[in-house]
Every structure is written in C-alpha cells, then in structure tokens.
Write a protein of this length. Structure first.
Length: 68
C-alpha cells in the first residue's frame, strides 16, 4: 500500500486539503472521508498527466560540510 501525506483545515463547514507533494492543488470535502477521496482523484489526475505543468515539492540538503 502506497501512502501520501496531506494537510487540511476547516473553513466554514468544509474541509480543505492538499497533498504535501503537490500543495498547489487543493480540494474540499464535507467529511474527512470525502476529502480523502477527492485527494485520491487529484493524485490520479496529476500522476496520469491529465493536469499539465504540475509543480512539485522537492527536498534539498543545504548543510555545509566542514573543510577537512
């Protein structure tokens, strides 16, 4: 089973969320289960190429190494 992290918050009577890997693509749901299903749909669209010009979040190690 593959999992993806997501963040969400409540706004008025809706839950708004996005996948951490793709923070520019938000969706909503009335319940947490509906939000998760909508996030799964967005993930499928992003990874299938349906959505063009997808922005990704990467990780960069910026620690300076000590001179030897």
């Amino acid at each position: 089973m593959e999992t993806k992290k997501f963040t969400y918050f409540e706004e008025e009577d809706m839950l708004i969320g996005c996948l951490e890997e793709f923070p520019n693509y938000k969706t909503q749901g009335e319940t947490l289960e509906e939000l998760k299903e909508n996030l799964r749909d967005i993930y499928q669209e992003i990874t299938s190429g349906t959505i063009p010009h997808v922005r990704h979040v990467g990780e960069l190690d910026v620690a300076c190494s000590e001179p030897t």
